[in-house]
Design a protein around this ligand. Structure first.
Ligand code: GDP
Ligand code: MG
Length: 640
């Protein structure tokens, strides 16, 4: 019985107390003895543990997973339950509801298995009256759970009574099952690892989402191993592709059985990330004996994985029976989860199911307790629309987020993300930027804050350093935009430059329209300084002398000098030889005039002409040479 490509597959699981007739029922429905298969598993890859395919009357293809019911097998029940679409809760008519019936029901409820049927078995062993009593008891037990409204049927696997009706009922409910996300990315929680001579390592599990294809690369997490799919089997047949909902055996190349553990995840590479922490919405079962205290050690079950960890209650001192709240699970080993995954918690000892819930953030940061912002954030991630979730994610990131990065970390599927971006962009509630060919998303609040911070920084800088042209780009980046790469930052500045807020000259940034200027309180001192230079004629003082005499404080001297040079009020003719622009123009005029009457001018003549010294005149003449006013011939100067 092979599946057609693209055909819907549903997985049906059995649950219920030991010896209540689950295996017998599966055998009656499918003709396969899952107990016998277990013994025959050595025979080869085609034999799937406790698994039996079933073609329903309508043609719908189902796979039955027969899960053992004994207490010590609850673990296996949990493992088998990953990926179950429809559960058959089996209760023997002669015994009624038993402890494991209740625990399995709890697990079904906590895992949110979408649909189910209640099957009273061994109908042949009781009379009508007792059957009614058992039915009543079961109905009472399932009250308030996912199975509260589930159809209830009584059958005998021995005589076959009620079996056609049961098949019809399964068919009916099965058709209502929503198909698994074959479009999503492939994830297979591994429930068995073994090796077959001549084939190598094989893993099995129910394909939770996406597709697997022969020849493609996969990764095993949390081990972080990569491999390639050598062959694939679905329902015991070799196939090229397997899709969500199918029971799959995957033959992996290059890996040893010892490399992989049951409980690990086989996935399309690059989208899942192991984590020691999970943010979750947690629900404590109504009938637990005592409240759950913060930091209690628990057994965590997700997919086929069991791990030990502790519960950090984020919004309560302790969680009472039947109550729910947000928590961070802190594991003792890394686990692999996706947003919305359901999990179950069992007490460390005794090993009873106490609660469960759903994953909100599979790779969260370390959380502190009782933080309003954290709790509000989790509520949005849990219940918000994709738009709300995206906005909150962008706000938390406080920066430019690459579009691909948003896809892998926001918890939204690519379709949800695309839709959310479109909606938000239409309402101008998100900013999309393409920088250096890379697509980015930014929360408008973050974007506006950035611009404000930059404006503020420039203003502050201009106030503090009115004599300087502006602040260096690198300083701005290291102070405000450290997390943004240089290239991206430059691209961002370009956009802001075009918007008109800032001006960029070389490596210097300034507020648009800013010009360096002398602040009022410095004006008098600078006037004094220039007067000192003017009065000293061709015997200018050193910069330090002049500055001290003019009363310019030491910390301002460097900046004032840079400003005066930049403004060309003072000209630097040689090291520590400054002269006012007016004096220089005057000197130039006098030399030119001299050269109109004389052929040439010597250093001594120039010194006498200006009433200066050799120390000043030599640099002056060299300056005029550079300015192409004079030209040196031997030790004289002639007109250029
Ligand atoms: P499981 O542990 O739930 O898988 O239970 P099994 O399917 O192994 O059944 C336990 C015992 O109950 C076996 O001896 C079965 O033959 C018997 N049994 C199962 N179904 C029926 C039934 O409908 N009628 C009767 N009389 N016996 C049944
Ligand atoms: Mg059994």
């Amino acid at each position: 019985m092979n599946a057609e490509p693209g055909e819907k597959h549903i997985i049906i699981g059995t649950a219920g107390h030991v010896d209540h007739g689950k295996t017998q029922l599966v055998k009656r429905l499918t003709g396969i003895d899952t107990d016998r298969l277990k013994e025959e598993k050595e025979r080869g890859i085609s034999i799937e543990l406790g698994f039996a395919p079933l073609r329903l009357p309508s043609g719908l293809l189902a796979g039955l997973v027969d899960v053992p019911g004994h207490e010590r097998f609850v673990k296996h029940m949990l493992a088998g339950a990953s990926g179950i679409d429809l559960v058959l809760l089996v209760v023997a008519a002669d015994e009624g509801v038993m402890p494991q019936t209740r625990e399995h029901l709890d697990i079904i409820h906590l895992l949110g298995i979408p649909r189910g049927l209640i099957v009273i078995t061994k109908k042949d062993l009781v009379d009508e009256e007792l059957l009614l009593l058992v039915e009543e008891e079961v109905r009472e037990t399932v009250q308030g759970t996912i199975l509260a409204e589930a159809p209830l049927l009584a059958v005998s696997a021995l005589t076959g009574e009620g079996i056609p009706e049961l098949l019809a009922a399964i068919d009916q409910v099965g058709r209502e099952v929503r198909e698994k996300e074959a479009a999503g990315r492939a994830r297979l929680p591994i429930d068995r690892v073994f090796s077959i001579t001549g084939f190598g390592t094989v893993v099995t599990g129910t394909l939770f989402s996406g597709r697997l294809r022969v020849g493609t690369a996969v990764e095993i997490l949390p081990e972080g191993l990569t491999s390639r799919i050598r062959t694939l089997q679905v329902h015991g047949h070799k196939v090229d592709t397997a899709s969500a909902g199918q029971r799959v055996a995957v033959n992996l190349s290059g890996l040893a059985v010892a490399d992989i553990a049951r409980g690990s995840v086989l996935a399309e590479p690059g989208w899942l990330q192991p984590s020691f922490r999970l943010d979750v919405h947690l629900e404590l079962l109504p009938h637990v004996a005592k409240p759950l205290k913060n930091w209690t050690r628990v057994r965590f079950h997700l997919g086929t994985k069991e791990a030990l960890g502790r519960v950090l209650l984020l919004e309560a001192e302790e969680l009472e029976a039947g109550r729910h709240g947000y928590a961070q699970l802190v594991m003792e080993e890394p686990v692999v989860a996706d947003r919305r995954d359901r999990f179950v918690l069992r007490a460390y000892s005794p090993m009873v199911t106490i609660g469960g819930g759903s994953v909100i953030d599979p790779v969260p940061p370390k959380r502190k307790r009782f933080q309003e912002e954290v709790i509000a954030g989790l509520a949005t991630r849990e219940r918000g629309t994709p738009e709300e979730i995206l906005l909150q994610y962008l706000l938390q990131q406080r920066g430019l987020v690459k579009a691909e990065e948003a896809e892998s970390s926001s918890g939204l599927s690519s379709a949800e993300l695309e839709q959310a971006v479109r909606e938000l962009a239409g309402e101008e509630r998100i900013i999309r930027l393409t920088l250096e060919g890379q697509r980015f998303l930014v929360h408008p609040e973050v974007y506006v804050t950035w611009q404000e911070e930059l404006r503020e920084l420039l203003e502050q800088f201009h106030r503090q350093h009115p004599l300087r042209a502006g602040i260096s780009k690198e300083e701005v980046r290291s102070r405000l935009f450290k997390q943004i790469p240089v290239k991206t930052f430059n691209a961002l500045l370009q956009i802001w430059g075009e918007l008109g807020g800032i001006e960029q000259t070389g490596q210097i940034l300034a507020r648009h329209g800013f010009r360096p200027h002398l602040p009022q309180e410095q004006q008098a001192a600078v006037e004094r300084l220039l007067a000192i230079y003017e009065q000293s004629g061709w015997q200018p003082p050193s910069w330090l002398e002049a500055a001290v005499q003019a009363g310019i404080p030491e910390r301002e001297q460097e900046e004032v000098l840079a400003y005066l040079l930049q403004q060309r009020r003072l000209i630097k003719m040689a090291d520590d030889l400054l002269i006012t622009a007016e004096r220089l123009a005057e000197g130039k005029r006098q030399i030119e005039e001299f050269l109109q009457q004389q052929e040439a001018v010597t250093i001594a003549e120039a010194r006498d002409l200006l009433g200066s010294s050799r120390k000043v005149v030599l640099p002056l003449l060299e300056y005029l040479d550079r300015e192409k006013v004079t030209r040196r011939v031997g030790d004289k100067r002639v007109r250029f």
